[in-house]
Design a protein around this ligand. Structure first.
Ligand SMILES: Cc1cc2nc3c(=O)[nH]c(=O)nc-3n(C[C@H](O)[C@H](O)[C@H](O)COP(=O)(O)OP(=O)(O)OC[C@H]3O[C@@H](n4cnc5c(N)ncnc54)[C@H](O)[C@@H]3O)c2cc1C
Length: 324
C-alpha cells in the first residue's frame, strides 16, 4: 500500500500544533499521490477513541494507536517501524522539533531508509514526494527525491500549517508492538516548558531580541539583563530557537510570533526576511551588529555597529544608572 504515515505527539489531552501541522500536510500530500494519510499515536489510557479519532478533522484517514511510553523517541520508532513493515507505507513525515528529529533519525537507521531534514516544503510529483530544504545558511534550496521506500521527511519546526480538512472522526486501530529492550530503558521524569516560556512577548512594550550573534545559549543572559533593566521581555530568532538556546514561545517571524512593541532591540540578528516579517511594525527598531552590511540595518531606526558582548552590558549598566 502506498501512503504517508505521520506521528502525532500529545500532552494533557491535546495534540501539539507542530504535529497537527504534519498530519494536515500528510493528508494533503496523500490525496495528491493517492493512498492513506495515517497517523501513529503512542501513549496510555488518556489516548481515548475520541481524542485519536479527532485527527480525522485534520485529514487523517486512519489512526494507529499503541500503548507505550509517550514523549520518548525509541518506543515510537518501534511502533512506526512495525506499522511501516506490516502495512507498507511509502513515506514517514514528521513536524520538526527535537522529538520529531530523534524519531525520524531512529526510524531511518532502523529501516535503512533515506532521510531529509529541515524540510520547509514537500511537493507531489508523478505520484512521488519531493522534499525541499534550505541549504548554505538558507541562501539556496535543494530538492530531494527518494530512491526506494520508505522515504523519511522531517520538517522544520512549524514548517507545516495546521489545516482542518476532514469531515469526521478517523477510524482507530490498536497495534500491539513488542518494544525493543533498549526502548524501555529511559523514563520520562518530568515534562514542562523551557525557561522563558511564560513570557507574553506579544504584549510587551519593549523587546530585547537575541540572535545567533549571542554566540551560545548562555549569551542570552546579556539580553535578559538588559530586558530586566528596561522592564521588557526577551525575544529570539528561529536560528537560536532551533539550536535550543531559547524556547519557541519567544520566536519572532514567519513561523513564530508577530509583534509591534514600542522598542525592538535586535542584538546579533542578521535581519533575514523571515524574521523581519514578524517585527517590522515595531515603533522603534534598534540593531546591534558587528557587520556594517547586515540587512537589519536597512530597516532599523538606529544602528550600532559593534560587538554586542561589549555593548549590551554597558547599555544595561547605563539604563540601571539612569533608573536608579
Ligand atoms: C521557511 C522558513 C521560515 C523561517 N522562519 C523564521 C522565523 O519565523 N523567524 C526567524 O527569525 N527566522 C526564520 N527563518 C530563518 C531565517 O531565514 C534566518 O536563518 C534566521 O532569522 C537567522 O537568525 P539570526 O539572525 O539569529 O542568525 P544569523 O543570520 O546567523 O545572524 C547572526 C548575526 O549576528 C551578528 N553577530 C555575530 N557575532 C556578533 C557580535 N559579537 N556582536 C554583534 N553582532 C554579531 C552577525 O554579523 C550576523 O548578522 C526561517 C527560514 C525559513 C526558510
Amino acid at each position: 500500500m502506498s501512503g504517508i504515515l505521520t506521528y502525532a505527539l500529545h500532552y494533557e489531552g491535546e495534540f501539539n500544533k507542530n504535529s497537527l501541522g504534519a498530519v494536515s500536510e500528510g493528508a494533503k500530500l496523500a490525496k495528491e499521490i493517492g493512498g492513506d494519510a495515517a497517523v501513529v499515536v503512542v501513549g496510555g489510557d488518556d489516548l481515548t477513541d475520541e481524542l485519536c479519532g479527532s485527527l480525522g478533522k485534520y485529514g487523517a484517514t486512519k489512526v494507529f494507536r499503541a500503548k507505550a511510553p509517550e514523549g520518548l523517541a525509541q518506543p515510537v520508532v518501534d511502533v512506526m517501524a512495525k506499522v511501516i513493515q506490516d502495512q507498507g507505507y511509502s513515506y514517514a513525515l514528521f513536524g520538526g522539533g527535537l522529538l520529531g528529529f530523534e524519531i525520524g533519525a531512529g526510524l531511518t537507521a532502523r529501516l535503512n531508509a533515506g532521510v531529509t531534514m529541515e524540510v520547509t516544503e514537500v511537493k507531489a510529483q508523478d505520484g512521488k514526494l519531493v522534499a525541499v530544504r534550505p541549504i548554505l545558511q538558507d541562501s539556496a534550496v535543494a530538492e530531494v527525491d527518494y530512491v526506494g521506500e520508505p522515504g523519511i521527511i522531517i520538517g522544520r519546526l512549524n514548517a507545516f500549517e495546521m489545516q482542518e480538512s476532514g469531515d469526521g472522526a478517523a477510524p482507530v486501530e490498536d497495534v500491539d508492538v513488542q518494544l525493543s529492550e533498549w526502548s524501555t530503558k529511559a523514563k520520562m521524569l518530568q515534562r514542562g516548558e523551557q525557561r522563558g516560556a511564560d513570557v507574553n512577548i506579544e504584549d510587551a512594550d519593549i523587546l530585547v531580541a537575541g540572535g545567533r550573534g549571542l554566540g551560545k545559549k548562555e549569551g542570552f543572559e546579556l539580553a535578559e539583563n538588559l530586558a530586566d533593566a528596561l522592564g521588557g521581555a526577551v525575544a529570539a530568532t528561529r536560528a537560536v530557537v532551533d539550536a535550543g538556546w531559547y524556547p519557541y514561545a519567544a520566536q519572532i517571524g514567519q513561523t513564530g510570533k508577530t509583534v509591534a512593541p514600542k522598542l525592538y532591540l535586535a542584538a546579533g540578528i542578521s535581519g533575514a526576511i523571515q524574521h523581519k516579517v514578524g517585527m517590522q511594525s515595531s515603533e522603534n527598531i534598534v540593531a546591534i551588529n558587528k557587520d556594517p552590511n547586515a540587512p537589519i540595518f536597512e530597516f532599523s531606526d538606529l544602528g550600532i555597529v559593534g560587538d554586542l558582548n561589549k555593548i549590551l552590558p554597558k547599555l544595561t549598566q547605563a539604563v540601571k544608572a539612569k533608573k536608579g
